[in-house]
Design a protein around this ligand. Sequence first.
Ligand code: SF4
Length: 435
Amino acid sequence: MIKFKIETWGCQMNEYDSQKMAGILKKAGYIETQSEKDAEIIILNTCSVREKAVHKIHSRLGVLKKRFKGEKILGVCGCVASQEGRALLEKVPYLQFVLGTRSTHLISKAVEQAQNGMRFLDADDHESEMDHPVTFAERSGQTKAYISIIEGCDNFCTYCVVPYTRGREHSRPLQTILDEVRDVVQNKNIHEIELLGQNVNSYNYRGTRFPDLLEAVSAEPGVQRLRFLTSHPKDFSERLVRVIAANSNICRTIHLPMQSGSDVILRKMGRKYTRAEYLEKIEMIREILPENWLSSDFIVGFPGESEKDFMETMDVIRSVKYDNLFSFKYSPRPGTAALKLKEPAVLNSAASRRLSILQHTQEQIQLNKHLRMINRIFPVLVESVSKKNPDFLTGRTEGNHVVHFKAGRGAQLIGRIVNVEIKSVTMASLKGVLI
Ligand code: SF4
Protein backbone atom coordinates (compact mmCIF):
# COMPACT_ATOMS: atom_id res chain seq x y z
CA MET A 1 0.00 0.00 0.00
CA ILE A 2 1.36 3.42 -0.96
CA LYS A 3 1.52 5.97 1.82
CA PHE A 4 1.25 9.75 1.64
CA LYS A 5 1.90 12.58 4.05
CA ILE A 6 0.39 16.06 3.80
CA GLU A 7 2.15 18.92 5.57
CA THR A 8 -0.12 21.94 6.01
CA TRP A 9 1.01 25.53 6.45
CA GLY A 10 -1.19 28.57 6.95
CA CYS A 11 -4.83 29.17 7.61
CA GLN A 12 -7.96 27.12 8.27
CA MET A 13 -8.76 27.17 4.54
CA ASN A 14 -5.52 25.29 3.89
CA GLU A 15 -6.35 22.78 6.62
CA TYR A 16 -9.71 22.22 4.97
CA ASP A 17 -8.04 21.78 1.55
CA SER A 18 -5.64 19.24 3.07
CA GLN A 19 -8.59 17.32 4.51
CA LYS A 20 -10.18 17.28 1.05
CA MET A 21 -6.98 16.00 -0.61
CA ALA A 22 -6.49 13.35 2.10
CA GLY A 23 -10.08 12.18 1.55
CA ILE A 24 -9.58 11.90 -2.23
CA LEU A 25 -6.30 10.01 -1.90
CA LYS A 26 -7.69 7.59 0.69
CA LYS A 27 -10.67 6.90 -1.55
CA ALA A 28 -8.21 6.10 -4.33
CA GLY A 29 -6.53 3.49 -2.10
CA TYR A 30 -3.57 5.42 -0.66
CA ILE A 31 -2.87 5.39 3.08
CA GLU A 32 -2.22 8.51 5.13
CA THR A 33 0.78 8.60 7.43
CA GLN A 34 2.33 11.25 9.66
CA SER A 35 5.81 9.79 9.15
CA GLU A 36 7.87 11.36 6.37
CA LYS A 37 10.10 8.27 6.40
CA ASP A 38 7.18 5.91 5.66
CA ALA A 39 5.56 8.18 3.10
CA GLU A 40 6.22 7.58 -0.57
CA ILE A 41 4.42 10.79 -1.46
CA ILE A 42 4.97 14.06 0.45
CA ILE A 43 2.64 16.95 -0.28
CA LEU A 44 3.31 20.46 1.00
CA ASN A 45 0.10 22.50 1.21
CA THR A 46 1.50 25.98 1.34
CA CYS A 47 0.87 29.55 2.48
CA SER A 48 2.25 32.69 0.83
CA VAL A 49 0.67 35.37 2.98
CA ARG A 50 4.09 36.39 4.32
CA GLU A 51 7.53 36.16 2.79
CA LYS A 52 8.83 34.07 5.69
CA ALA A 53 6.23 31.36 5.04
CA VAL A 54 7.36 31.08 1.41
CA HIS A 55 11.02 30.82 2.45
CA LYS A 56 10.14 28.06 4.89
CA ILE A 57 8.53 26.04 2.12
CA HIS A 58 11.53 26.36 -0.17
CA SER A 59 13.87 25.37 2.63
CA ARG A 60 11.60 22.41 3.53
CA LEU A 61 11.79 21.23 -0.09
CA GLY A 62 15.59 21.47 0.09
CA VAL A 63 15.66 19.43 3.29
CA LEU A 64 13.40 16.72 1.81
CA LYS A 65 15.59 16.50 -1.30
CA LYS A 66 18.75 16.17 0.76
CA ARG A 67 17.23 13.70 3.19
CA PHE A 68 15.60 11.37 0.67
CA LYS A 69 17.72 11.95 -2.45
CA GLY A 70 14.86 11.72 -4.92
CA GLU A 71 13.26 8.58 -3.40
CA LYS A 72 9.96 10.35 -2.65
CA ILE A 73 7.35 11.96 -4.85
CA LEU A 74 7.19 15.62 -3.84
CA GLY A 75 4.26 17.91 -4.63
CA VAL A 76 3.39 21.51 -3.74
CA CYS A 77 -0.23 22.68 -3.43
CA GLY A 78 -1.90 25.79 -2.04
CA CYS A 79 -1.06 29.48 -2.27
CA VAL A 80 2.62 29.20 -3.28
CA ALA A 81 1.55 26.80 -6.05
CA SER A 82 -1.09 29.27 -7.29
CA GLN A 83 1.29 32.18 -7.12
CA GLU A 84 4.34 30.61 -8.72
CA GLY A 85 2.72 27.93 -10.95
CA ARG A 86 5.00 26.84 -13.79
CA ALA A 87 7.90 28.92 -12.47
CA LEU A 88 7.93 26.76 -9.33
CA LEU A 89 8.09 23.57 -11.38
CA GLU A 90 10.96 25.03 -13.40
CA LYS A 91 12.79 26.36 -10.34
CA VAL A 92 12.60 23.07 -8.42
CA PRO A 93 13.56 20.27 -10.82
CA TYR A 94 12.93 17.48 -8.28
CA LEU A 95 9.32 18.60 -7.72
CA GLN A 96 6.80 16.26 -9.39
CA PHE A 97 3.62 18.29 -9.21
CA VAL A 98 2.22 21.74 -8.52
CA LEU A 99 -1.50 22.19 -7.78
CA GLY A 100 -3.11 25.60 -7.20
CA THR A 101 -5.68 26.33 -4.51
CA ARG A 102 -8.55 25.62 -6.92
CA SER A 103 -7.05 22.41 -8.32
CA THR A 104 -6.98 20.24 -5.20
CA HIS A 105 -9.66 17.95 -6.69
CA LEU A 106 -6.95 16.82 -9.17
CA ILE A 107 -4.65 15.43 -6.46
CA SER A 108 -5.16 11.77 -7.48
CA LYS A 109 -4.38 12.55 -11.10
CA ALA A 110 -1.26 14.51 -10.10
CA VAL A 111 -0.01 11.62 -7.94
CA GLU A 112 -0.74 9.02 -10.64
CA GLN A 113 1.14 11.04 -13.26
CA ALA A 114 4.07 11.42 -10.88
CA GLN A 115 4.11 7.67 -10.30
CA ASN A 116 4.36 7.24 -14.06
CA GLY A 117 7.33 9.59 -14.18
CA MET A 118 5.43 12.61 -15.54
CA ARG A 119 5.37 16.03 -13.95
CA PHE A 120 1.99 17.69 -13.46
CA LEU A 121 0.88 21.30 -13.21
CA ASP A 122 -2.60 22.77 -12.75
CA ALA A 123 -3.33 26.18 -11.29
CA ASP A 124 -6.54 26.91 -13.22
CA ASP A 125 -9.74 28.39 -11.85
CA HIS A 126 -12.15 25.36 -11.92
CA GLU A 127 -14.90 27.54 -10.44
CA SER A 128 -17.75 25.04 -10.90
CA GLU A 129 -15.83 22.37 -8.90
CA MET A 130 -16.49 24.40 -5.75
CA ASP A 131 -20.23 23.86 -6.07
CA HIS A 132 -20.14 20.13 -5.26
CA PRO A 133 -20.64 19.00 -1.65
CA VAL A 134 -17.37 17.94 -0.04
CA THR A 135 -18.52 14.85 1.82
CA PHE A 136 -15.20 13.09 1.12
CA ALA A 137 -12.99 15.37 3.28
CA GLU A 138 -10.93 13.39 5.80
CA ARG A 139 -12.38 14.41 9.16
CA SER A 140 -11.48 11.47 11.41
CA GLY A 141 -10.32 12.58 14.84
CA GLN A 142 -11.84 16.05 14.34
CA THR A 143 -14.32 17.63 16.73
CA LYS A 144 -14.86 20.68 14.54
CA ALA A 145 -15.68 20.67 10.82
CA TYR A 146 -14.47 23.43 8.53
CA ILE A 147 -16.90 24.16 5.73
CA SER A 148 -16.03 26.70 3.07
CA ILE A 149 -18.89 28.98 2.04
CA ILE A 150 -17.10 31.48 -0.18
CA GLU A 151 -13.75 31.17 -1.89
CA GLY A 152 -11.45 33.94 -3.07
CA CYS A 153 -11.59 37.65 -2.39
CA ASP A 154 -12.42 40.78 -4.38
CA ASN A 155 -11.25 43.32 -1.82
CA PHE A 156 -7.64 43.72 -2.96
CA CYS A 157 -6.30 45.23 0.27
CA THR A 158 -3.02 46.69 -0.91
CA TYR A 159 -0.77 44.43 1.22
CA CYS A 160 -2.57 41.15 0.55
CA VAL A 161 -1.71 38.39 -1.87
CA VAL A 162 -4.91 36.36 -1.32
CA PRO A 163 -6.92 37.73 -4.29
CA TYR A 164 -4.01 36.59 -6.51
CA THR A 165 -3.64 33.13 -4.95
CA ARG A 166 -7.26 32.24 -4.17
CA GLY A 167 -8.88 34.08 -7.06
CA ARG A 168 -12.10 36.06 -7.32
CA GLU A 169 -14.99 35.59 -4.89
CA HIS A 170 -17.22 32.62 -5.52
CA SER A 171 -20.12 31.85 -3.17
CA ARG A 172 -20.93 28.16 -2.88
CA PRO A 173 -24.61 27.11 -3.26
CA LEU A 174 -26.65 27.19 -0.05
CA GLN A 175 -27.87 23.62 -0.59
CA THR A 176 -24.31 22.33 -1.04
CA ILE A 177 -23.30 23.92 2.27
CA LEU A 178 -26.34 22.48 4.07
CA ASP A 179 -25.61 19.02 2.60
CA GLU A 180 -22.07 19.23 4.01
CA VAL A 181 -23.37 20.34 7.41
CA ARG A 182 -25.81 17.39 7.51
CA ASP A 183 -23.04 15.02 6.47
CA VAL A 184 -20.67 16.05 9.25
CA VAL A 185 -23.38 16.11 11.92
CA GLN A 186 -25.17 12.88 10.96
CA ASN A 187 -22.39 10.74 9.48
CA LYS A 188 -19.20 12.05 11.12
CA ASN A 189 -20.71 12.85 14.53
CA ILE A 190 -19.14 16.34 14.56
CA HIS A 191 -21.24 19.03 16.21
CA GLU A 192 -19.12 22.15 15.91
CA ILE A 193 -19.08 23.84 12.50
CA GLU A 194 -16.81 26.65 11.39
CA LEU A 195 -17.89 28.39 8.19
CA LEU A 196 -14.89 29.64 6.25
CA GLY A 197 -14.25 32.35 3.72
CA GLN A 198 -11.73 35.15 3.14
CA ASN A 199 -14.69 37.46 3.66
CA VAL A 200 -17.78 35.54 4.80
CA ASN A 201 -19.83 38.76 4.83
CA SER A 202 -19.58 38.96 1.04
CA TYR A 203 -21.49 35.67 0.73
CA ASN A 204 -24.21 36.07 -1.87
CA TYR A 205 -25.68 33.01 -3.53
CA ARG A 206 -28.61 34.05 -5.70
CA GLY A 207 -29.68 36.65 -3.15
CA THR A 208 -29.04 34.55 -0.05
CA ARG A 209 -26.72 36.67 2.08
CA PHE A 210 -24.49 35.64 4.96
CA PRO A 211 -26.99 36.29 7.82
CA ASP A 212 -29.57 34.11 5.96
CA LEU A 213 -27.02 31.35 5.52
CA LEU A 214 -25.94 31.54 9.16
CA GLU A 215 -29.55 31.27 10.28
CA ALA A 216 -30.13 28.25 8.02
CA VAL A 217 -27.03 26.41 9.28
CA SER A 218 -27.85 27.25 12.87
CA ALA A 219 -31.31 25.66 12.44
CA GLU A 220 -29.82 22.33 11.31
CA PRO A 221 -30.48 19.66 13.96
CA GLY A 222 -27.32 18.59 15.77
CA VAL A 223 -25.32 21.80 15.22
CA GLN A 224 -24.26 22.59 18.78
CA ARG A 225 -21.67 25.25 18.03
CA LEU A 226 -21.42 27.42 14.97
CA ARG A 227 -18.54 29.79 14.18
CA PHE A 228 -17.40 31.74 11.16
CA LEU A 229 -14.18 33.28 9.90
CA THR A 230 -13.21 35.90 8.59
CA SER A 231 -15.30 39.06 8.54
CA HIS A 232 -14.40 42.27 6.76
CA PRO A 233 -15.41 45.23 8.97
CA LYS A 234 -16.85 47.18 6.02
CA ASP A 235 -19.44 44.42 5.39
CA PHE A 236 -20.12 43.45 9.00
CA SER A 237 -23.78 44.30 9.60
CA GLU A 238 -26.13 44.82 12.53
CA ARG A 239 -28.44 42.24 10.98
CA LEU A 240 -25.70 39.63 11.32
CA VAL A 241 -25.21 40.46 14.99
CA ARG A 242 -28.98 40.20 15.57
CA VAL A 243 -28.97 36.72 13.97
CA ILE A 244 -26.17 35.71 16.35
CA ALA A 245 -28.13 37.12 19.32
CA ALA A 246 -31.25 35.18 18.32
CA ASN A 247 -29.54 31.77 18.01
CA SER A 248 -27.85 30.34 21.08
CA ASN A 249 -25.73 27.83 19.13
CA ILE A 250 -23.90 30.61 17.23
CA CYS A 251 -20.75 31.43 19.19
CA ARG A 252 -20.48 35.02 20.38
CA THR A 253 -16.90 34.95 19.11
CA ILE A 254 -16.20 37.53 16.47
CA HIS A 255 -12.97 38.00 14.60
CA LEU A 256 -12.94 41.49 13.12
CA PRO A 257 -9.53 42.32 11.62
CA MET A 258 -8.73 46.01 12.01
CA GLN A 259 -5.11 45.93 10.71
CA SER A 260 -4.33 49.51 11.83
CA GLY A 261 -5.81 52.09 14.20
CA SER A 262 -4.71 54.97 11.97
CA ASP A 263 -6.98 56.36 9.25
CA VAL A 264 -3.92 57.35 7.21
CA ILE A 265 -2.67 53.77 7.15
CA LEU A 266 -6.14 52.23 6.71
CA ARG A 267 -6.52 54.34 3.57
CA LYS A 268 -3.15 53.23 2.23
CA MET A 269 -4.06 49.64 3.01
CA GLY A 270 -7.26 50.04 0.97
CA ARG A 271 -9.39 48.77 3.84
CA LYS A 272 -12.45 50.92 2.98
CA TYR A 273 -13.44 51.81 6.57
CA THR A 274 -12.24 54.40 9.05
CA ARG A 275 -11.12 53.97 12.61
CA ALA A 276 -14.40 55.56 13.82
CA GLU A 277 -16.55 53.27 11.65
CA TYR A 278 -14.70 50.23 12.94
CA LEU A 279 -15.09 51.30 16.57
CA GLU A 280 -18.81 51.93 16.01
CA LYS A 281 -19.17 48.31 14.91
CA ILE A 282 -17.41 47.13 18.06
CA GLU A 283 -19.81 49.22 20.13
CA MET A 284 -22.79 47.82 18.22
CA ILE A 285 -21.60 44.23 18.83
CA ARG A 286 -21.13 44.90 22.55
CA GLU A 287 -24.55 46.49 22.83
CA ILE A 288 -26.43 43.65 21.14
CA LEU A 289 -24.27 40.82 22.53
CA PRO A 290 -23.40 41.68 26.12
CA GLU A 291 -21.37 38.45 26.38
CA ASN A 292 -18.89 38.42 23.50
CA TRP A 293 -15.32 37.48 22.64
CA LEU A 294 -13.56 39.70 20.17
CA SER A 295 -10.37 39.11 18.27
CA SER A 296 -8.56 40.98 15.53
CA ASP A 297 -5.53 41.13 13.23
CA PHE A 298 -3.03 44.00 13.20
CA ILE A 299 -0.10 44.73 10.92
CA VAL A 300 2.73 46.96 12.13
CA GLY A 301 5.39 48.60 9.98
CA PHE A 302 3.20 49.16 6.91
CA PRO A 303 5.04 51.58 4.52
CA GLY A 304 4.85 55.11 5.89
CA GLU A 305 3.58 54.06 9.35
CA SER A 306 4.76 56.80 11.74
CA GLU A 307 5.08 56.58 15.51
CA LYS A 308 1.83 58.57 15.69
CA ASP A 309 0.06 56.01 13.46
CA PHE A 310 1.38 53.20 15.63
CA MET A 311 0.22 54.98 18.80
CA GLU A 312 -3.26 55.16 17.28
CA THR A 313 -3.16 51.40 16.83
CA MET A 314 -2.06 50.96 20.43
CA ASP A 315 -4.84 53.24 21.57
CA VAL A 316 -7.43 50.98 19.90
CA ILE A 317 -5.86 47.87 21.41
CA ARG A 318 -5.86 49.38 24.91
CA SER A 319 -9.43 50.64 24.63
CA VAL A 320 -11.12 47.67 22.90
CA LYS A 321 -9.27 45.07 25.01
CA TYR A 322 -9.54 42.16 22.59
CA ASP A 323 -9.76 38.62 23.88
CA ASN A 324 -7.19 37.54 21.32
CA LEU A 325 -5.00 39.19 18.70
CA PHE A 326 -2.98 38.08 15.72
CA SER A 327 -0.24 40.56 14.95
CA PHE A 328 2.45 40.67 12.32
CA LYS A 329 5.11 42.83 10.77
CA TYR A 330 4.23 44.02 7.28
CA SER A 331 5.60 41.63 4.66
CA PRO A 332 5.90 42.88 1.06
CA ARG A 333 4.22 40.44 -1.31
CA PRO A 334 4.80 40.17 -5.04
CA GLY A 335 2.17 41.72 -7.29
CA THR A 336 0.43 43.69 -4.52
CA ALA A 337 -0.38 47.40 -4.80
CA ALA A 338 1.50 48.28 -1.59
CA LEU A 339 4.76 47.67 -3.44
CA LYS A 340 4.02 50.72 -5.59
CA LEU A 341 3.42 53.08 -2.65
CA LYS A 342 5.82 56.03 -2.53
CA GLU A 343 5.97 55.99 1.28
CA PRO A 344 9.28 54.97 2.85
CA ALA A 345 9.59 51.46 4.23
CA VAL A 346 9.62 51.25 8.03
CA LEU A 347 12.98 50.03 9.34
CA ASN A 348 12.87 46.39 10.37
CA SER A 349 14.19 47.29 13.83
CA ALA A 350 11.35 49.82 14.32
CA ALA A 351 8.72 47.35 13.09
CA SER A 352 10.09 44.66 15.46
CA ARG A 353 9.98 47.08 18.39
CA ARG A 354 6.39 48.05 17.59
CA LEU A 355 5.35 44.42 17.28
CA SER A 356 6.91 43.59 20.60
CA ILE A 357 5.17 46.54 22.36
CA LEU A 358 1.85 45.53 20.83
CA GLN A 359 2.21 41.86 21.76
CA HIS A 360 3.38 42.61 25.28
CA THR A 361 0.39 44.92 25.84
CA GLN A 362 -2.00 42.30 24.49
CA GLU A 363 -0.49 39.63 26.75
CA GLN A 364 -1.27 41.77 29.80
CA ILE A 365 -4.83 42.43 28.58
CA GLN A 366 -5.38 38.76 27.88
CA LEU A 367 -4.00 37.66 31.22
CA ASN A 368 -6.26 40.10 33.07
CA LYS A 369 -9.26 38.84 31.14
CA HIS A 370 -8.34 35.24 31.91
CA LEU A 371 -7.92 36.05 35.62
CA ARG A 372 -11.54 37.22 35.66
CA MET A 373 -12.61 33.76 34.47
CA ILE A 374 -11.31 32.03 37.63
CA ASN A 375 -14.03 30.25 39.65
CA ARG A 376 -16.52 30.60 36.80
CA ILE A 377 -17.99 27.60 34.99
CA PHE A 378 -17.78 27.40 31.18
CA PRO A 379 -19.07 24.84 28.68
CA VAL A 380 -16.04 23.29 26.97
CA LEU A 381 -16.02 21.22 23.79
CA VAL A 382 -13.52 18.42 24.50
CA GLU A 383 -11.05 18.11 21.63
CA SER A 384 -8.30 15.70 22.68
CA VAL A 385 -6.21 14.13 25.40
CA SER A 386 -3.66 16.73 26.50
CA LYS A 387 -0.31 16.32 24.71
CA LYS A 388 1.61 17.21 27.88
CA ASN A 389 -0.27 15.07 30.39
CA PRO A 390 -2.38 12.03 29.44
CA ASP A 391 -4.49 12.47 32.62
CA PHE A 392 -5.77 15.75 31.25
CA LEU A 393 -8.17 16.57 28.44
CA THR A 394 -7.99 19.68 26.28
CA GLY A 395 -10.96 21.57 24.89
CA ARG A 396 -12.25 24.99 23.96
CA THR A 397 -14.77 27.40 25.40
CA GLU A 398 -17.26 29.23 23.21
CA GLY A 399 -14.78 32.12 23.30
CA ASN A 400 -12.06 29.86 21.85
CA HIS A 401 -9.99 29.70 25.06
CA VAL A 402 -7.91 26.54 25.33
CA VAL A 403 -8.83 24.71 28.56
CA HIS A 404 -6.96 21.82 30.19
CA PHE A 405 -8.74 19.79 32.83
CA LYS A 406 -8.38 16.50 34.65
CA ALA A 407 -11.03 13.94 33.74
CA GLY A 408 -11.41 10.51 35.23
CA ARG A 409 -13.62 9.31 32.38
CA GLY A 410 -10.98 10.38 29.89
CA ALA A 411 -11.12 9.98 26.15
CA GLN A 412 -14.82 9.04 25.99
CA LEU A 413 -15.62 12.71 26.56
CA ILE A 414 -13.90 13.79 23.32
CA GLY A 415 -16.43 15.49 21.05
CA ARG A 416 -18.80 16.30 23.92
CA ILE A 417 -19.52 19.62 25.59
CA VAL A 418 -18.86 19.48 29.35
CA ASN A 419 -18.85 22.07 32.14
CA VAL A 420 -15.48 23.06 33.53
CA GLU A 421 -14.78 25.35 36.46
CA ILE A 422 -11.68 27.46 35.82
CA LYS A 423 -9.15 27.28 38.64
CA SER A 424 -5.96 28.82 37.25
CA VAL A 425 -4.89 30.68 34.14
CA THR A 426 -1.93 31.80 32.08
CA MET A 427 -1.90 34.27 29.22
CA ALA A 428 -2.26 31.39 26.73
CA SER A 429 -4.63 28.93 28.38
CA LEU A 430 -6.89 28.00 31.30
CA LYS A 431 -6.85 25.09 33.72
CA GLY A 432 -9.93 23.78 35.47
CA VAL A 433 -11.90 20.91 36.94
CA LEU A 434 -14.74 18.97 35.44
CA ILE A 435 -18.09 19.74 37.09
S1 SF4 B 1 -10.21 41.17 2.67
FE1 SF4 B 1 -8.21 42.09 2.25
S2 SF4 B 1 -6.86 41.05 3.74
FE2 SF4 B 1 -8.71 39.82 3.60
S3 SF4 B 1 -8.25 38.26 2.04
FE3 SF4 B 1 -9.27 39.97 1.00
S4 SF4 B 1 -7.61 41.24 0.25
FE4 SF4 B 1 -6.73 39.90 1.80
